[in-house]
Write a protein that binds this ligand. Sequence first.
Ligand code: AMP
Length: 121
Amino acid sequence: MSYDNNNIFAKILRNEIPCEKIYEDEYVLSFYDVNPQKKIHALIIPKGKYVNLDDFSSKATSDEIVGFIKGINIVAKKLNISSDIGKGYRTISNVSEHGGQEVPHLHFHIFGGEKLGKIVE
Ligand code: AMP
């Protein structure tokens, strides 16, 4: 599984392409999806070069994995959709061909701000 340094999220991480940033720390960058599918549609990506969840799970350090999972909670809180201060959300990660992954840098979608429908069609 080789990483494409020219994928669009790699360019965002290198500040070559702008994004509407929500949160950033040493492990993650979160920004709004350019083509929102729900009232709130955010993305969160690891800073490291991982193609998808399988690549990340098998190669990332424990600190990177913890930083990423905690990042989801931080972003949800910032968006006021976490289960403690808001009404909740859905996070999904498309993996490879059958998952419908378009951008080959690991990302989780974070949907919220409204009642969500079926998980899959
Ligand atoms: P996926 O199908 O899971 O790979 O989803 C990729 C997502 O990235 C889509 O929802 C796109 O709308 C989104 N996307 C693509 N380019 C950008 C960009 N430059 N800024 C923000 N979101 C983007």
